[in-house]
Design a protein around this ligand. Structure first.
Ligand SMILES: [Zn+2]
Length: 296
């Protein structure tokens, strides 16, 4: 009898524990850049005020909605979208599909990964592009035009790489990227199994053969659903710590400024580095170095 009572109590306790867990929670974080969106081949298409900017921000929003729809089809219960391009005020909120919420504008200390935390189950990158210095990759760059290369623990990475490690530091895996073939290949250097949706084939850095936006959206929706349904296959890519960030600028004068920051050391004319036990702290400083450093 005593045993039966103990068993009953244990059963009741486990029921209570189950009731406290949100049923089948699936939180998805979507970071959206613009250079990797279908049809984008030139900077004036991605800059506010450019003659074609409004067309391409609409297509950017459509690709984002496709990822949201795929996430919902896979059972997502919460979707947070972070506008990660330029002013970070590109996505049109009134057109965004439910139930997504939008993070936009600056200053965001975590930039392209603002809003992520350890409660998320998966990350999707939409509209991403190849890193600075790529021979092939539409509008290839890292952060801004002031960066020649970023190396994390000796490994050259682009935005997808540094953001994959930021998610990994919080224990969250990246499951999918959309962009051209170079963006996808570079993302897979760190996360080989991620779903890749090639919405265009880069021809050099300023031309591409693109899918029609409707076709790109259909493929993104299907891939997001597929990737999230197999999310248990993905492991977060955790940065090794302490982490060394090495930043090669395009101008010597930027290294002159950067080395004035305590912990930042000069490596050579255009290169600085720093080490930190906290990857996310290093990521935030990296953002300061590529986005807010001025030489005049
Ligand atoms: Zn970018």
């Amino acid at each position: 009898m005593k045993n039966a009572l103990a068993l009953l109590c244990a059963f009741a306790l486990s029921l209570a524990a189950l009731a406290q867990q949100p049923a089948n929670k699936l939180k998805v974080f979507i970071s959206v850049d613009m250079e990797g969106v279908s049809g984008v081949v030139s900077n004036d298409q991605t800059a506010a005020g450019g003659p074609d900017y409004n067309r391409f921000r609409r297509i950017m929003t459509e690709e984002t909605n496709a990822a949201i729809d795929g996430a919902i089809a896979a059972g997502a219960t919460e979707v947070v979208v972070n506008d990660s391009h330029g002013s970070m005020r590109n996505l049109q909120i009134e057109e965004l599909h439910a139930p997504a919420e939008l993070i936009s504008s600056s200053i965001k200390p975590m930039g392209m990964m603002q809003g992520i935390d350890a409660s998320f189950d998966a990350v999707i990158f939409v509209g991403y592009h190849a890193k600075a210095g790529s021979a092939v990759g539409v509008l290839a760059h890292t952060g801004t035009g002031t960066i020649a290369d970023v190396r994390i623990n000796g490994h050259s990475v682009g935005e997808a790489g540094m953001n994959t490690l930021a998610a990994g530091a919080l224990g969250v895996p990246v499951v999918m990227i959309t962009g051209d073939q170079a963006a996808i290949a570079q993302a897979r250097e760190l996360a080989p199994k991620i779903e890749g949706v090639q919405v265009k084939e880069a021809i050099g850095t300023t031309a591409a053969r693109s899918l029609r936006p409707a076709e790109a959206a259909a493929r993104i929706r299907a891939a997001a659903e597929r990737a999230l349904k197999r999310r248990t296959e993905f492991q977060p890519v955790r940065p090794t710590t302490p982490t060394t960030f090495e930043v090669a600028f395009t101008q010597t004068v930027l290294a002159d400024v950067a080395e004035q920051i305590p912990t930042v050391k000069r490596v050579d004319a255009r290169t600085v580095n720093y080490s930190t036990p906290d990857y996310l702290q290093g990521y935030r400083l990296l953002r300061v170095l590529y986005r807010y450093l001025r030489a005049d």
